[in-house]
Design a protein around this ligand. Structure first.
Ligand code: CP
Length: 309
């Protein structure tokens, strides 16, 4: 069995392009499996996985749980909101107590950047980062690039614009790493205040004019304004943001080509994207969600490989 270069999935930054191709090839097989009448395989029958979520989630949490169940793993779910974290228990104590119950793999979402990297230094189980603050969201970037590959048959040579709140987005950073490793050209677009100062050093183009970004790209990945991470005002109002950066049908119709629209969710309809775009034939937003299950099955299966050998 082929293996990933890493024991954990902490970020896309640590993966090689060969790792990405191996995950995609494995996800191709699992996508076939989940479209069969019998959607379950026994691959992780003796593996126990804890989904440990210190931050809210709909797609990522459900998608991991479904992927684990499709692979026949035993699954436990932990949410900090109704846990002893509220009584002062630390992250390391929480996870060590979960691991004492003979858990093999931990899928973790945390609001602190680097929290999964910290855990990986202290525990033996495989750690999968399900989003760490404003840092990385590796499985989202994997399912995004897998969806682009599915749409165009390749990622190399394509032009991808990531539009919106780049400053607070773990999806943006993981997508930039994945797209660059796979040979795509990447542009970021948003108001100056929502673009990190260092961003050009990652080898991406920077554009402030959304129409120019849309005219340049084959694929636009539209990001949510993350108000929950913003302590100060980065633009005057959501109405104004929508006016200058919102993607709507009129804007798409003004282009001289058809582009693909992506969004990692959750969508704020009428802010960064209008309903007539989100629900249009341009958008592959629900394909991304479908692909998330196959991608997460692939990641879990490949990381568990060493345990099953
Ligand atoms: N895309 C994403 O991470 O969505 P959730 O926050 O609902 O998991």
């Amino acid at each position: 069995m082929q293996e990933l270069s890493q024991k954990h999935l902490l970020g896309i930054k640590e993966l090689t392009s060969e790792d990405l191709e191996l995950i995609f090839a494995t996800a191709d097989n699992f996508k076939d499996v989940i479209n069969r009448p019998i959607k379950k395989v026994p691959s992780l029958r003796d593996i126990t996985i804890a989904n440990v979520f210190f931050e809210n989630s709909t797609r990522t949490r459900l998608s991991f749980e479904l992927a684990e169940k499709r692979l026949s793993a035993d699954v436990i779910n932990f949410s900090s909101a109704n846990s002893s974290v509220k009584k002062g228990e630390t992250l390391l104590d929480t996870v060590n107590n979960i691991l004492a119950m003979k858990v093999d793999m931990v899928v973790m979402r945390h609001s602190s950047p680097g929290a999964p990297h910290f855990l990986a230094k202290h525990i033996d189980a495989n750690i999968i980062n399900a989003g760490d603050g404003t840092h990385e969201h590796p499985t989202q970037a994997l399912l995004d690039t897998f969806s682009i590959r599915e749409q165009y048959g390749k990622v190399e040579g394509l032009k991808v614009a990531i539009i919106g709140d780049i400053l607070h987005s773990r999806v943006a950073l993981s997508n930039i790493f994945a797209l660059k490793k796979l040979g795509a050209e990447v542009m970021v677009c948003g108001p100056n205040t929502l673009l990190p100062k260092y961003i050009a050093s990652l080898g991406v183009k920077v554009e402030l004019d959304v129409k120019k970004a849309l005219q340049w790209c084959d694929v636009a990945n539209v990001l949510r304004i993350q108000l929950e991470r913003q302590q100060i005002k980065y633009f005057p109002s959501l109405r104004e943001y929508s006016l200058y950066y919102g993607i709507n049908k009129k804007l798409l119709n003004s282009l001289d080509k058809k582009i693909t629209i992506m969004h990692p969710g959750p969508i704020n309809r009428g802010v960064e994207i209008s309903s007539d775009v989100a629900d249009s034939e341009h958008a592959i937003i629900l394909d991304q969600v479908e692909n998330g299950v196959a991608i997460r099955m692939a990641v879990l299966y490949l990381l568990a490989g060493s345990k099953m050998a």
